[in-house]
Design a protein. Structure first.
Length: 82
């Protein structure tokens, strides 16, 4: 499953509460299926960086080992990149 963070998405299913705290359900879901998620992005140089910043915020809100898997290791395993 690829996670693509967009501020324009549905607010009730967003990973963060309006105050900025990560929703416990998101942490639980990502933790329970830690080897099945990757970060997805179609962000290009020169585009608005709002999605990229939101994605970085999500990764930074995760425990280090979970963040490392979702942000890079799962994709390396999936695409067989050394």
């Amino acid at each position: 499953m690829s996670i693509k963070y967009a501020h324009s998405g549905a607010k009730r299913t967003a990973p963060f509460f309006p105050g900025g705290e990560l929703r416990p359900g998101w942490l639980e879901m990502l933790g329970d299926f830690a080897d099945r998620f990757t970060i997805g992005s179609d962000q290009f140089i020169g585009d608005d960086t709002e999605r990229l910043e939101g994605t970085r915020r999500l990764v930074d809100a995760l425990p280090a080992e979970l963040a490392r898997g979702i942000a890079s290791e799962n994709a390396r395993r999936l695409y067989r990149v050394a």
